[in-house]
Design a protein around this ligand. Structure first.
Ligand code: URA
Length: 193
């Protein structure tokens, strides 16, 4: 089975997920989008209103920033894979609850197992702390963290601020842009692959 076929099969299963209360009010499960053979996967927090409406990750205001940043490093959206820690929208865009993150984690783990990206870019603290708990984004953003996860082996996590935080804070925006600009080198660097 190709990676694409495996993702389609997984997507069909997640559509029926009722592991947490978020299933009650969702418009769509937002599984993920992009290239199943991507070397790099971007992981956000949870779908917002627009994403919930369309069933596609990062199509609202955060997505526009992400698209702009990808264009700035000459990478197309179709070349990367985009997903979230939580696949369903929390009401009023509230932060995901620990139990929602916990219930959704196996889906993300499966996606990573299938895609086998070289680099995992976490966007924001929720995505970062799902992989590396008790870590402050202010201390580790823009640095590769090597971690081991059962069944997935060694992963290279590249923590970035969330695009929504970059949108509202000028200093965060600068850090976000500086960190983002490191991505092409990371993808080229054999040591990081
Ligand atoms: N914010 C996220 O973290 N993910 C999305 O898909 C959209 C906004």
């Amino acid at each position: 089975m190709t990676k694409s076929e495996k993702l389609i099969k997984l997507n069909n299963k997640i559509l029926r997920c009722s592991q947490c209360a978020l299933c009650a009010n969702r418009g769509h499960v937002v599984f993920g989008a992009g290239n199943p053979d991507a070397k790099i996967i971007f992981i956000g927090e949870a779908p917002g209103k627009k994403e919930d409406e369309l069933g596609v990750p990062f199509v609202g205001s955060s997505g526009r920033i992400l698209d702009k940043m990808l264009a700035s490093i000459k990478i197309k959206r179709e070349d990367v894979y985009l997903t979230n820690i939580c696949k369903c929208r929390p009401p009023e865009n509230r932060d995901p609850l620990p139990e929602e993150v916990k219930e959704c984690w196996p889906w993300l783990k499966k996606q990573i197992e299938i895609i086998q990206p070289k680099i995992i870019v976490t966007l924001g603290k929720y995505a970062l702390n799902s992989f590396v708990p008790d870590t402050k984004i202010s201390e580790v953003h823009g640095k590769i963290l090597k971690i081991k996860i059962p069944k997935l082996g060694e992963l290279k996590i590249f923590p970035l601020h969330h695009p929504a935080a970059a949108r509202i804070n000028k200093k965060t925006r600068t850090l976000f842009e500086e960190d983002f600009a490191k991505i092409p080198t990371l993808l080229k660097n054999k040591k990081e692959q």
